[in-house]
Design a protein around this ligand. Structure first.
Ligand code: NAP
Length: 468
């Protein structure tokens, strides 16, 4: 894939970039490794000052940055601006909380015959982040902010279609005050990831992206015995039971499926309506989906812009076409739009059977699959009939049903009467083929820390015979 800014709304190539040379890659790793030796000793207060200054800059420059993101990957300007502001809040959250989240954790010193015993969280070193284009700033910030606040340094290999956003992030972090080498963007193809990750000076890796990319990075990290976090795809269920507030559920369902032009890992992708309200749900859902305005993402009246890449648009179109050819019904949308750029209409598909790829694959575009469930057991069965387990959503006002969903849906996250959203305050991640490890909150910042056990003996027990 070329490293280039290509406007998805027109297909026009705006700017191309030469990949970093092998020597430039080596220089960047060396710079990061050397910086880590002193950066790890900086205080939380100092790092927080730089993180807050970075957040200030992000907020001040939100309009220009949002325009750049819209140009590179087609999200609407309003959602791009919201993403910049959220990214600033990510820096502020870790600026305020990192020291508390990584405070020494005391153990029962008496039980282990110590004067003091505790766990101390220490940074690991240079962490490689391989990131996707769909939330080009936020995805990278939710790695960068906790990693930097923990005392790690980062190298970002961003998706090849968002090079300018990638360069902007490293630039704004440097202008926020973080010393040279703390956070670098390397414009390299995915083929360069192996060399970087196998380098002895690189301690760990995190990847957000597709299953094949995750398998590759996870395998290399495994061979090198380096920790890794994988945030991969999702095919999140959105269950609606008869006791739910149906209008609120439908309204949220539309946003959950079409925000970011349908390209979110935690977008609700499979809608499972109880038989008693299935017809009403489908009717209202289709009506609202059809009312969405598709078009130029810089137009404030537009709800859904283009897909980010031509191949992504073609893949979504094929998934729907194949299902319809096999007997599924497109209640709205379902046909490519005859216009320049990589647009695909918001689409609702019903009558999907288990043999269709649409039943099992992730659809990375504004396409909703709707299923009918006879009861809660069947709703959960359909929800779990996927190799993924990232987010999940269930709508019901019945408390027993809520607990059932919380207990039995196989996912890293469950949102009741709402839609899955990432917040700095909540751990984010999945199970099954959606990956492993967590981002955000305390769990996220601890992923790239050495949990060092500290045991300090009592002076009078120094001669005691120790039992392992
Ligand atoms: P992708 O093709 O896997 O790309 C993601 C990143 O991985 C890019 O930087 C890409 O570089 C790199 N990459 C691709 N193949 C690689 C390989 N073999 N080795 C090392 N790096 C490799 O994913 P995408 O299609 O851009 O993004 C959409 C996917 O990401 C969806 O499945 C979505 O659900 C998932 N996602 C998950 C989360 C989450 O938090 N769980 C969040 C957002 C997106 P190039 O661009 O240079 O190819």
């Amino acid at each position: 894939m070329p490293i280039a800014t290509i406007n998805p709304a027109t297909g026009e190539t705006i700017k191309t970039f030469k990949p970093a040379t092998d020597q430039e890659v080596q220089d960047a790793i060396a710079r990061a490794y050397e910086r880590f030796q002193d950066y790890r000793r900086t205080s939380y207060a100092q790092r927080a000052e730089w993180a807050n200054a970075t957040a200030d800059l992000l907020e001040a420059e939100a309009d220009e940055t949002a325009a750049l993101m819209t140009l590179e990957m087609g999200k609407t300007l309003a959602s791009a601006k919201a993403e910049v502001i959220k990214s600033a809040s990510g820096f502020r959250y870790y600026a305020e909380n990192a020291e508390k989240l990584l405070a020494d954790e005391p153990a029962d010193a008496g039980k282990v015959k110590a004067a003091q015993a505790y766990a101390r969280y220490q940074p690991l070193g240079v962490v490689l982040a391989v990131m996707p284009w769909n939330f080009p700033l936020w995805q990278a910030v939710r790695f960068a902010a906790p990693a930097l606040m923990a005392g790690n340094v980062g190298i970002l290999k961003h998706a090849s279609n968002v090079p300018q956003t990638a360069l902007y992030l490293a630039d704004v972090i440097a202008r926020g005050g973080f010393p040279d080498g703390c956070f670098q963007t390397l414009l390299v193809p995915s083929s360069a990831v192996e060399t970087i990750l196998r380098d002895k000076r690189v301690a760990a890796a995190t990847l957000t992206g597709s299953e094949p990319a995750g398998q590759s990075v996870g395998a290399i990290a495994g061979e090198e015995i380096k920790p890794s976090v994988l945030e991969l795809g999702g095919s999140d269920p959105f269950i609606v039971m008869p006791s739910a507030d149906l209008d609120a559920a439908v309204k949220t369902a539309v946003t959950a499926r079409t925000q970011n032009n349908g390209q979110s890992c935690i977008a609700a992708k499979r809608f499972i309506a109880h038989a008693d309200i299935y017809d009403e749900f489908v009717e209202k859902f289709v009506e609202k989906i059809q009312a969405l305005k598709v078009g130029d993402p810089t137009d404030p009246d537009v709800d859904v812009g283009p897909l980010a890449t031509e191949s992504g648009r073609d893949e979504v179109a094929k998934q729907v076409e194949d299902a319809v050819a096999a007997g599924a019904v497109a209640r709205c949308g379902g046909e490519r739009l005859d216009r320049p750029g990589w647009f695909y209409p918001p689409t609702v598909v019903t009558d999907i059977t288990k043999d269709m790829a649409l039943y099992t694959e992730e659809v990375f575009g504004p396409v909703a699959s709707v299923y009918k469930a006879a009861d809660i057991d069947e709703a959960i069965e359909i929800a779990n009939a996927t190799t993924f387990g990232l987010g999940s959503n269930a709508w019901t006002s019945d408390e027993a049903e809520q607990q059932r969903f919380i207990d039995d849906i196989e996912a890293g996250q469950v949102f009741i009467n709402g839609m899955t959203v990432s917040y700095p305050e909540l751990p984010f991640g999945g199970v099954k083929r959606s990956g492993y490890g967590r981002e955000l909150a305390g769990q996220g910042i601890r992923e790239f820390c050495n949990v060092k056990t500290v045991w300090i003996g009592k002076p009078d027990t120094a001669d005691e015979k120790k039992v392992e």
